[in-house]
Design a protein around this ligand. Structure first.
Ligand SMILES: Cc1cc2nc3c(=O)[nH]c(=O)nc-3n(C[C@H](O)[C@H](O)[C@H](O)COP(=O)(O)OP(=O)(O)OC[C@H]3O[C@@H](n4cnc5c(N)ncnc54)[C@H](O)[C@@H]3O)c2cc1C
Length: 414
């Protein structure tokens, strides 16, 4: 692993640093910097415009579709500098991180011209219609169907867990287009407009009153035949590309968010005296070590990507990283609540706090004012599930890297 970055990457780093200093509010880098909720809202409104002017939104996308055409290493440096400065990137997980790069990889020229500029400008927002009541880990068992009717696909079926479906303009849907083909081969990846009579979205309300994911019912929903990405019945391969982006994003920077949170937890332990408990100290040290492992694994992934290595071990690094970060974060947040003790049960937030997770921004519910740390604790429980569970990541590593015997699949038993 090479820990030094090429000279041009360091020049680019200086450029980003200078831009951030010029554009972030005065005092941003001071330890006691804070903003009122109104100031924060004004900052959020302005900031996306500044990112757009700087060309930093989806900056690795090709210039002909409105990106800045950054190289892999430049893109990594950009993410590192934003993470180091705790400067927010736009939190459009489904458009910027998932479907945009998938359309760039698999889409037709017309699809790129139609959708990519609208994703960049924020004109259309997205949700991900993969999981169904009987198809989660075993995604290829999905039963939502799309049937061709003239120039359109007609969609019937149900999705579940569809995050942000109630706000989305489009959904990238996996639907069965050939029921007679083997199950991985008869699936297509469709771009479906959400605001139409054949789609009903039912939010799933959680105990804290928030409802960020939904059930989505398709009964005669329609989309143009040309909205298939990657070819009819080739949707499984396209979906694997999307899942790769979901599991593998920001490998060299995501550890910073967890490291910052651990620092806060250590401060709490110092303040309430729990730091003197040797078991607490041992658990803190263990979590610190696991976060350092995330950092090193991120650099390993970057080195492999830059060298263009494509063997099974490299392909499984995304699965390994997803498993490690989600389990590390879950355990860190359990430790945080243990350190808070009885106090952990008191809601100490303002009701306006924001918490940005990998999957997007969460605002705490007004009548359930959990603190950012408490929200992070709750959300960490879902992180070993979404994007593929930790057990599924273990299966990928064991089968594709370690060469262990293949898991029996439900289909094998038939
Ligand atoms: C917060 C959140 C947001 C989500 N957002 C979206 C979204 O926007 N769009 C979307 O399409 N989906 C979304 N999901 C769904 C997510 O992808 C699925 O929950 C996940 O893939 C697991 O599927 P499942 O819930 O059906 O669980 P199951 O697949 O039924 O799994 C149940 C348990 O069995 C284990 N298991 C299953 N198969 C195996 C196996 N072969 N070997 C070992 N263990 C196994 C699993 O690890 C798990 O512990 C979201 C989920 C959450 C929690």
């Amino acid at each position: 692993m090479d820990l030094d970055y090429p000279e041009e990457a360091e020049e680019f780093r200086s450029e980003i640093r200078a831009w951030l200093v010029d554009h972030l509010p005065d005092g941003w880098f001071d330890d006691d910097f804070s903003m009122t909720p109104d100031e924060r809202a004004a900052f959020d409104d302005e900031w996306t415009g500044k990112l757009r002017e700087g060309g930093w939104l989806c900056a690795s996308w090709p210039t002909e579709y409105g990106g800045k055409g950054l190289s892999t290493i430049q893109n990594v440096v950009l993410a590192e500098e934003f993470a180091r400065a705790h400067a927010p990137m736009r939190a459009d997980f489904f458009g910027d991180t998932l479907v945009g790069p998938t359309i760039l990889t698999w889409g037709t020229e017309e699809q790129k011209k139609e959708f990519i500029p609208k994703i960049l400008s924020g004109e259309i927002s997205w949700c991900q219609g993969f999981s169904e009541p009987n198809a989660g880990s075993d995604l290829a068992s999905l039963s939502t169907r799309a049937t061709r009717d003239g120039d359109e696909w007609v969609i019937e079926g149900q999705k579940v867990w569809t995050t942000q479906a109630q706000y989305a303009d489009y959904c990238f849907v996996l639907a069965r287009t050939d029921p007679d083909a083997p199950k991985h081969r008869g699936i297509s990846y469709l771009l479906v407009p959400m605001r139409q009579p054949g789609i009903e979205v039912r939010p799933i309300v959680q105990p804290d009153g928030s409802a960020e994911f939904n059930e989505v019912f398709f009964s005669g929903a329609r989309c143009p035949v040309d909205n298939v990405v990657g070819g009819v019945n080739n949707g499984w391969k396209v979906a694997m590309t999307t899942l790769g982006f979901e599991r593998g994003s920001s490998a060299t920077t995501s550890y910073r968010r967890f490291a910052k949170e651990l620092d806060q937890i250590i401060d709490i332990a110092r303040a309430n005296g729990r730091i003197d408990d040797p078991v607490v100290r041992q658990r803190l040290a263990a979590q610190w070590s696991r976060i350092q492992l995330m950092r090193i694994n991120g650099l390993r992934t970057l080195t492999a990507t830059l060298k263009g290595e494509k063997d099974a071990g490299v392909a499984a690094l995304g699965a390994l990283n997803k498993m490690i970060w989600s389990e590390t974060h879950r355990d860190t947040m359990e430790l945080a609540i243990d350190i808070l003790g009885m106090e952990g049960q008191i809601l100490t937030g303002t009701g306006d706090d924001e918490y940005v997770a990998g999957i997007g921004k969460r605002v705490t519910a007004r009548d359930y004012p959990a603190s950012p740390l408490q929200v992070s604790f709750f959300f960490s429980r879902s992180e070993t599930i979404w994007g593929g569970t930790a057990q599924i990541q273990r299966n990928i590593v064991s089968e594709r890297v370690l060469g262990l015997p293949r898991e029996p699949r439900p289909a094998d038993a038939r």
